[in-house]
Design a binder for this molecule. Structure first.
Ligand code: HOZ
Length: 426
C-alpha cells in the first residue's frame, strides 16, 4: 500500500464496518466534500494525517484540547492514573478532588455529578429539572445543539445542520412535543411563550455562546430575559457549557454574563481530551438525584480515574493567572488577521472571538441568529476550507461549527494561518 492516498484508502476501509466511515457525523466531511483526514498523531498545535501531512489544528478535538495535543503534564497525569487501574466502578479520592475543584472555580455549582459525555450531562440535567419541578415542557433554541438525546434533537445545530436535517428521525413525536423551540436572541418570543405556558415549563436549556451553528453570542438582553423569566415562572435555567465551560473564561460563559444558572452542563475541557463531562448546580436540585432522591442517573464509567486525572491536570494549568487573557489575545489576533486579509481582498467575511473560541463567517457581519447563520455563503466557506486544508490548516469541516485556539498556538502559527488565508483570499 503506498502512502500517497492513505486517507482515501482508510476512508474506503472504514465505510465497510462503520456507518459512513465515521463515529460522529461531522467528521465525514459531508458538507464540505472530499476525504476526511485520518489522524495518526498530535503534538501541541499540530496534527499529522495518515499521509504524514502536518496541519495547524483549529478543531482541537472539537474543543477539549485547550492545552494543545499531548500536553506533557496531562500525559503524565493520565499515565500515572492508568498504571493504578483503568476503572473501578467505585468511588475514588480523585473524583472528590475534581468535584471540589469544579465547585471552587464555578460559583453556581454547589454540587456536581460526573458523567462520561456532554450528551449524558444535558440529558441528565433535563431529567433532573423535570423531576425537580414536576413539569414536562422544555425550551430550547433553534440551532443550539445539546447532544443527541431524544428531546434535544429538535431543530438542533452541529451535524444536524451540516446535513440539512435539523430534527432527527427516530425521535417519538410524543417526546418532541414536549420540546418547545424558539429563535435564539429573540426576547419577545421568549416573553410571549412564558406568558402563555410559563407554569408548564420545567427548564430552559441554552448554549450561552452557541457553538454549533458556527458561533453566535447571546445578547445581554436575551441573557437577562432568560434568567428573569425562568425565575419568575418557577422553571430552571440550564446553561449548557459543554463547549464554553473553561473555554471562554475561568468562570465560563456564566461568568462573562454575570448570571447564576440553576444547573450547568460541562464537558470537553474538563476532561482534557478524555471522555468526561458533568452536570451540577443548586444543592436542593442536585439532592433529588439517586441515591438521595427519586431522579435516576448512573454510569459504569462515570468518574473514570484516568479521565479525572486528565481533567484535574488541565484545570490546574488553565486556572493559573493570566491564562485566559493570553488565550483570548491570541484568538482575537487570529480573528483580526483573518478579517483584515479578507477586507483587503474585498471578500464578504467576518469573525468573532470569545476567549479561546471563534467563528468565521462568509457574510459581511457576524450573525446573531440561526437565520443569519443560514444566510451566509456556504459554498465560499467550503472553498476556503479546502484551500486552507491543502495549505496545512485544519478548520472544522463545516460552516456550522466554532473553531478553537489552544495555548500551544504560538504567534508564528497564527501569523502563518493569516498569511495562508491572505493568499487564498487573493
Ligand atoms: N458534534 C460535536 C461538535 N459540535 C462533535 C463532532 C465530532 O466529534 O465529530
Amino acid at each position: 500500500m503506498t502512502t500517497a492516498n492513505r486517507n482515501e484508502q482508510l476512508f474506503e476501509r472504514a465505510r465497510k464496518h462503520i456507518p459512513g466511515g465515521v463515529n460522529s457525523p461531522v467528521r465525514a466531511f459531508g458538507s464540505v466534500g472530499g476525504t476526511p483526514r485520518f489522524f495518526t498523531r498530535g503534538e501541541g498545535a499540530y496534527v499529522w494525517d495518515a499521509d504524514g501531512k502536518q496541519y495547524i489544528d483549529y478543531v482541537g478535538s472539537w474543543g477539549p484540547l485547550i492545552l494543545g495535543h499531548a500536553h506533557p503534564a496531562v500525559i503524565e497525569a493520565v499515565t500515572r492514573a492508568a498504571q493504578l487501574g483503568l476503572s473501578f466502578g467505585a468511588p475514588t479520592e480523585a473524583e472528590i478532588d475534581l468535584a471540589d475543584l469544579l465547585c471552587a472555580l464555578l460559583p453556581s455549582l454547589e454540587q456536581v455529578r460526573l458523567v462520561s459525555s456532554g450528551t449524558e450531562a444535558t440529558m441528565s440535567a433535563i431529567r433532573l429539572a423535570r423531576g425537580f419541578t414536576g413539569r414536562d415542557k422544555l425550551i430550547k433554541f433553534e440551532g443550539c445543539y445539546h447532544g443527541h438525546a431524544d428531546s434535544l434533537l429538535v431543530k438542533a445545530g452541529s451535524g444536524l445542520l451540516t446535513f440539512g436535517n435539523p430534527s432527527s428521525a427516530g425521535v417519538p413525536a410524543a417526546v418532541a412535543a414536549d420540546t418547545i423551540v424558539l429563535p435564539y436572541n429573540d426576547v419577545a418570543a421568549l416573553e410571549a411563550l412564558f406568558a402563555e405556558k410559563g407554569s408548564e415549563i420545567a427548564a430552559l436549556i441554552v448554549e450561552p455562546v452557541a457553538g454549533n451553528m458556527n458561533l453566535v453570542q447571546a445578547s445581554p438582553a436575551f441573557v437577562a430575559a432568560m434568567r428573569k423569566l425562568t425565575h419568575d415562572h418557577g422553571a430552571l435555567l440550564i446553561y449548557d457549557e459543554v463547549m464554553t465551560g473553561f473555554r471562554v473564561g475561568l468562570q465560563c460563559a456564566q461568568g462573562l454574563h454575570g448570571i447564576t444558572p440553576d444547573l450547568t452542563c460541562l464537558g470537553k475541557v474538563i476532561g482534557g481530551g478524555m471522555p468526561l463531562a458533568a452536570f451540577g448546580g443548586r444543592a436542593d436540585i442536585m439532592n433529588k438525584l439517586a441515591p438521595l432522591g427519586p431522579v435516576y442517573q448512573a454510569g459504569t464509567l462515570s468518574g473514570n480515574p484516568v479521565a479525572v486525572a486528565a481533567g484535574i491536570a488541565t484545570l490546574g494549568i488553565l486556572s493559573q493567572p493570566g491564562f485566559f487573557e493570553q488565550l483570548a489575545e491570541r484568538t482575537q489576533f487570529l480573528c483580526d488577521g483573518l478579517s483584515n486579509a479578507a477586507r483587503e481582498a474585498g471578500v464578504a467575511f467576518s469573525t468573532q472571538a470569545v476567549g479561546g473560541m471563534f467563528g468565521i463567517y462568509f457574510s459581511a457581519h457576524a450573525p446573531q441568529s440561526y437565520a443569519q447563520v443560514m444566510a451566509s455563503d456556504r459554498e465560499a466557506f467550503n472553498r476556503f476550507f479546502h484551500a486552507m486544508l491543502e495549505q496545512g490548516v485544519y478548520l472544522a469541516p463545516s460552516a456550522f461549527e466554532a473553531g478553537f485556539v489552544s495555548m500551544q498556538h504560538q504567534m508564528h502559527d497564527l501569523e502563518q494561518t493569516i498569511a495562508t488565508a491572505r493568499r487564498i483570499f487573493g
